[in-house]
Write a protein that binds this ligand. Sequence first.
Ligand SMILES: O=C(O)[C@H](O)[C@H](O)COP(=O)(O)O
Ligand SMILES: [Mg+2]
Length: 303
Amino acid sequence: MSIKVTSKEMVQELLDNYDNFLFDCDGVIWLDTTLLPKVLETLDMLRALGKRLIFVTNNSTKTRDEFVAKFASFGLKINREDVFGSSYASAIFAKDILKLPQDQKIWIVGDKGLEKEFKEAGYKTIGGTKMPELDEPLDLKNKDDPIYHLDPQVGAAVVGMDTKINYHRLAVTLQYLLKPNVVYIATNIDSTYPANGMVLPGEGTLVQAAAYCSQKKPYSCGKPSKSLIDVIVKTHGIDKNRSIMIGDNLNTDMKFGLDNGLETMLVMTGIGSEEALNALEETKQPTYFADKLGDLYELMESR
Ligand SMILES: O=C(O)[C@H](O)[C@H](O)COP(=O)(O)O
Ligand SMILES: [Mg+2]
């Protein structure tokens, strides 16, 4: 059974047991452009105690530098090496794990952040924000349409968050995925995410649509994939036994921790709920849960 963190002593135990604190972002640190309560104080407290803070987000719309800028807008100074977004994870996966030759191009369904991370990894991207003509409905009578002019150099199709997703983009993506040599990469498989008090379709929804029509299974690079924890461990040399993953999503954040040997703590400021937690069989439950990340600070400050 998950244990609720409700006392100063329990927080002290967490501080004694873990050196590395890995945080999800959407639903833990912030909700869209709003910083969640007492997050700043909690991170400052952990830093002052010499803890390593690592941010692991499945949000694929931004590069690491853009995440650093978002943190800065809240008054948080974070280094780029401490942020692992799913766009970066996907680009590193293509380059270091799949060893996709750099002369191959990447077909993008996603935002600028995804394009920029692949560019930084040395790849040329097509599709994505570079093909606004795909925002129009598919017209098969138009022989100039990209669907009739597939680029033979494309070696991978990558699907991330694309708020302009439509039938046209999906149809062209399918043509690439039907080619046996084109690898299918998904930034993540989140079904939903929290925004503006609502639950919205996550990137996994788009990923599934392309997987369904192509019958091609994607490599998923964000949480909960093992390749992502491997990159984090390689970058920072952290001891997984002294690391805790704090997140709001049972299927991605908590699974990421559980599958990869990290301790886990669920917070209720995003997509997760106590009902969903209790509905899980015990082996799939996180070790700890709390109402919010800021409780760590508030409890430590309490008498
Ligand atoms: O699909 C998405 O975009 C994600 O669900 C969402 O943005 C994930 O961000 P995270 O909670 O991992 O920071
Ligand atoms: Mg989240």
